[in-house]
Design a protein around this ligand. Structure first.
Ligand SMILES: [Zn+2]
Ligand SMILES: [Zn+2]
Length: 395
């Protein structure tokens, strides 16, 4: 058994032929480049690419498999240069009964062992989605129905960024996942925390006690891959082993979650869309205390405060540690050139954030910047909470 790093939520911007997949994501974010980036700069051994149900991406995967550097594993997943295992995934937006009588929608990341499975899944989902070529389009089915389709093609379903205000189960559909999945709730064995929450916040909800928490980047560009990731203990890298780790089976498990301080996330606190202020009241509010507008985007922290059913956060015994990390790009004074220089010297951002001594870093970028990185690494920098789609800031 050994330890690996996995980021299970990476988008695709364009297909290699230039067709748009996720319009808001970077052009350079295509299947082959993600594999290369994980192998050479990120130190990630398992990457879940979640736009693989698009027929344009399927075409790219077929070409990728032809060039000889990658092949499908018997236990599922695609292995690239014998170093990175790519899991073929699809993010699906489901239609749910929302809170307050409104329509709700939630995101789910689904993974499949083989290309043939996701191809079949894509075909079936095209009956439920208007444009299957694009990323995360709304489907006309609920999570309760989706999980059956996913299982039909040997896949697994993980509710994505479960607390975010617009597109998630807790964010705008329900107070309890059990109400969505009903008797199928035990088929859900992992949930994705999202950038604006952490283990401590999620462990105030008792129905999550025996679910594995996963922390993923939701990257829309190559540099953002691995801004959140999981450390897993597995026998080898494959679809089958990752599923076992998520299910906590036969000694396979998630041993640590690495993620942003949730205050740095885009939706940590409630935000007034009218006066554009983050609202940091002790109790959650529906009305902006500054301008009395009711046009507020609920924060993840505030939403959890409202729906939690434990008096205080208490994690089950086997819950892995959640380790805060501040990606270099969030540290004031650390610009693109500095990051390039650091990664050229030390290979991966992961080394810089977790392994190297301050002296090593100082030798490359000087004392002033090294001090800032050290403050961020040790949790000493002050963070101004994000909200309403704007990231938090280090002061
Ligand atoms: Zn999403
Ligand atoms: Zn306001």
């Amino acid at each position: 058994m050994y330890e690996i790093f996995a980021d299970l939520h990476v988008h695709i911007g364009r297909s290699e032929s230039g067709k748009p997949i996720k319009i808001t994501a970077a052009r350079s974010l295509n299947f082959a480049n993600i594999a290369k980036e994980c192998e050479s700069r990120k130190g990630i051994q398992v990457v879940g690419i979640i736009d693989c149900a698009s027929p344009y991406v399927i075409q790219d995967i077929e070409n990728f498999l032809k060039n000889g550097e990658a092949y499908e594993l018997e236990d599922g997943g695609i292995i690239y240069k014998d170093k990175v295992c790519i899991l073929l995934g699809s993010e699906v937006e489901t239609s749910e009964k929302g809170r307050n009588g409104k329509c709700g929608s939630a995101h789910n990341v689904c993974f499949f062992p083989y290309l043939k499975d996701i191809k079949e899944f894509s075909k079936e989902m095209s009956k439920h989605i208007k444009n299957i070529t694009l990323s995360t389009q709304r489907s006309d089915i609920s999570g309760y129905e989706l999980i059956d389709i996913v299982e039909k093609y040997n896949g697994i379903l993980i509710p994505a960024h479960v607390f975010t205000p617009h597109k998630s189960y807790y964010g705008n559909c329900t107070d309890r996942l059990q109400e969505i999945f009903k008797e199928k709730y035990n088929k859900i064995f992992a949930i994705e925390l999202g950038l604006s929450s952490d283990t401590n916040l999620a462990d105030t909800i008792s129905e999550l006690e025996n679910k594995t928490f996963v922390t993923n980047s939701d990257a829309h560009s190559l540099p953002k891959i691995a801004r959140e990731y999981n450390k897993m203990q597995v026998e080898n890298i494959s679809f089958k082993e990752v599923v076992k780790a998520l299910k906590n089976e036969e000694g396979r498990k998630v041993v640590a979650n690495y993620g942003l301080d949730p205050k740095l996330g885009k939706y940590h606190r409630t935000y007034c869309d009218n006066c554009q202020k983050t609202i940091e009241t002790k109790q959650p509010v529906q009305i902006c205390p500054y301008c009395q507008s009711d046009k507020v985007t609920f924060g993840v922290f505030d939403r959890i405060e409202l729906i939690k059913d434990k008096p205080e956060s208490k994690s089950p015994k086997n819950r892995p540690q959640y380790i805060y990390q501040v990606p270099l790009g969030f540290i004031p004074g650390v610009g693109g050139k500095t990051i390039e220089k650091l990664i050229d010297t030390f290979d991966t951002e992961m080394n810089i954030l977790h392994k190297l001594s301050k002296d090593d870093i100082e030798a490359i970028v000087g004392e002033k910047i090294a001090n800032k990185i050290e403050e961020a690494r040790t949790g000493k920098s002050r963070v101004h909470a994000g909200g309403g789609g704007v990231y938090g800031k280090i002061e």
